[in-house]
Design a protein around this ligand. Structure first.
Ligand code: CO8
Length: 264
């Protein structure tokens, strides 16, 4: 499946279960216009609609990237109105990505700034090209990264690092972002292949277990350990009743059985 929205391109490979969403406003370095924010949500909904375990079609992972060598230069500054209600609606695609049930990987080249960086941090993984440049330049506009930029960095690293990046507005390299654990991996020209391979690895695992791991890891940033353990218990119990659990257990017992996990 391949669908073009006004400002995103969405593709789904039924064989692997991997969806691709490309931010497609290269003339504006893929800046987040109102339309682009809507099209990110629309594109992800389109990918979700492909998911039908009873038909054997399962969405297992999504890769988000930007067209033409840049991830995203942040919110579209030309659309700023100073209207707080407009700013509120700006949040929707970030939450939609964070709450998306399957793992989402940001594949990042070039600029990844402001709302673009917050979009990448809303994803579950960040795989970056060594040329990528990260930053939260909102301070120079007299505002803050209002979609959680400093919150995300405080969780991925610590509040002092978050303040350093958000108060200076300086760009940092992919290497520095990696040292600060703001990105998972940095690659050169093998970024595409390495990201695909990673997505395929996740896609080969039992989808319901993968989704539950995402749910658990996300919850870990919100609740204490005791509550988190109770949460995990509620997540694991229904998995024992799945066909994929039977297949996994059988593969453990029988050397020549190759399971195909179908998300049931
Ligand atoms: N918005 C709109 N257009 C942009 C943006 C942007 N954020 N960034 C770049 N563009 C456009 C440029 O205007 C230019 O268009 P044109 O060719 O028509 O003049 C084109 O993209 C190419 O850009 P440059 O010519 O500037 O390219 P350079 O290589 O010289 O510079 C930079 C690249 C450094 C990325 C530079 O473009 C830049 O600094 N851009 C702005 C980055 C920025 O400040 N981003 C943060 C925006 S604010 C934000 O993201 C969060 C808002 C919080 C809202 C609250 C939510 C609740």
């Amino acid at each position: 499946m391949r669908d073009e929205f006004d400002t995103t391109i969405v593709q789904f490979d039924e064989e692997t279960g991997i969806g691709h969403l490309t931010l497609n406003r290269p003339d504006a370095l893929n800046a987040l216009s109102d339309q682009l924010r809507k099209d990110i949500v629309g594109g992800l909904r389109r990918l979700e609609a492909e998911n039908d375990a009873d038909d054997g079609v399962v969405l297992r992972a999504v890769i988000i990237e930007g067209a033409d060598g840049n991830f995203c230069a942040g919110a579209d500054i030309t659309e700023f109105s100073g209207d707080a209600a407009g700013a509120r609606s700006d949040r929707e695609h970030y939450e939609f990505i964070s709450d998306f049930p399957v793992p989402v990987i940001a594949k990042i080249r070039g600029y990844c700034l402001g709302g673009g960086f917050e979009t990448a941090m809303s994803c579950d993984f960040r795989f970056a090209h060594e040329d990528a440049r990260f930053g939260l330049p909102e301070v120079d506009l007299g505002i803050i990264p209002g979609a959680g930029g400093a919150q995300f960095i405080s969780r991925l690293n610590n509040p002092s690092v978050a303040m350093e990046i958000a108060m200076t507005g300086d760009h940092i390299s992919a290497e520095r972002a990696s040292e600060l654990e703001l990105v998972n991996r940095v690659y050169g020209d093998d970024l595409d292949g390495a990201t695909r391979e990673f997505a395929e690895t996740i896609a080969s695992k039992p989808p319901l277990a993968v989704q539950a791991i995402k749910d658990s890891a996300r919850a870990a940033t919100e609740v204490g350990l005791a509550e988190g353990r109770k949460y995990d218990r509620r997540l694991v119990e229904p998995l024992f009743a799945t066909e994929d659990f039977e297949k996994g257990a059988r593969a453990f017992a029988e050397d020549d059985y190759e399971p195909e996990f179908e998300g049931r």
